[in-house]
Design a protein around this ligand. Structure first.
Ligand code: PEP
Length: 252
């Protein structure tokens, strides 16, 4: 049975003290009321080591929002997959549309990052999704299919078992516009079909596919009610404990 997951993406928000406080608040809220899904928070690099201590031994998993496409060495300002792992984090988000769009991360770069993350024992939350013009042109399946093929199709089935997918239509990220639950389900079913075509039915059945894009407590239950939507990757609403917990509770 594939996992139900709610993962937060803090992006470039919160200073160290604020991040530790939010992680502590979330940990306490989930200790009081056990979640019905896996919960992960993905934080800026600077938070990882301290937040790892806060959530150690709790239900809250921890991830980074990025890692380098190089193993180690003279790459000033970069943070390697091994360095992320050494903080106690277990996950890393790769392929977020903001990384693709603002930092020129190509499919080839992302393929390197995925390989390094998996080789260093991190689970990858791999983001895919089309921009508005592509959806308006009816090209969303073509785009998302290519994103999957170009960065993930050389993995083995064993490697893919450590990948979570996040379908994030770029037009819905941080815009307040959410894909309808039917739009999300159509795409998630398509993605599962693409995975089945390359890796087989069992791999497709087992992989968790999260929806991301203006997900909030008021729409999470409807989105998560769809058979191929296995949870959410949450940006803005992961920055307030009550909102994030409200989305987690959509699985109840
Ligand atoms: C995201 O950036 O991964 C995201 C889903 O953001 P938001 O929830 O703010 O749309």
């Amino acid at each position: 049975m594939r996992k139900k997951i709610v993962a937060g993406n803090w992006k470039m928000n919160l200073n160290l003290q604020e991040g530790v406080a939010l992680a502590t608040e979330l940990k306490d809220a989930l200790a009081a009321e056990k979640p019905n899904c896996d919960v992960i928070i993905c934080t800026p690099f600077i938070h990882l080591a301290k937040v790892a201590d806060v959530v150690a031994g709790t239900v809250v998993g921890l991830g980074a929002e990025n890692c380098a496409d190089k193993e180690k060495g003279a790459f000033t300002g970069e943070v390697s997959a091994a360095q992320v792992k050494s903080t106690g984090a277990q996950y890393v988000i790769l392929g977020h549309s903001e990384r693709r769009q603002y930092y020129g991360e190509t499919a080839a770069i992302l393929k390197e990052k995925v390989n390094l993350a998996l080789a260093n024992g991190l689970k990858v939350i791999f983001c895919i999704g089309e921009v508005l013009e592509e959806r308006e042109a009816g090209k969303q399946n073509e785009i998302v299919g290519a994103q999957l093929a170009d960065s993930l199709f050389d993995l083995t089935e064993e490697q893919l078992a450590n990948v979570i997918l996040a379908y994030e239509p770029v037009w819905a990220i941080g815009t307040g516009k959410t894909a309808s639950s039917d739009q999300a389900e159509d795409m998630h079913a398509f993605i599962r079909g693409v995975i089945a075509g390359r890796f087989g039915e069992a791999a497709a059945e087992n992989i968790s596919i999260l929806y991301g894009g203006s997900c909030k407590p008021s729409n999470a239950r409807e989105l998560f009610s769809k058979p191929d939507v296995d949870g959410g990757l949450i940006g803005g609403a992961s920055l307030k404990c009550a909102d994030f917990k409200g989305i987690i509770d959509a699985w109840k």
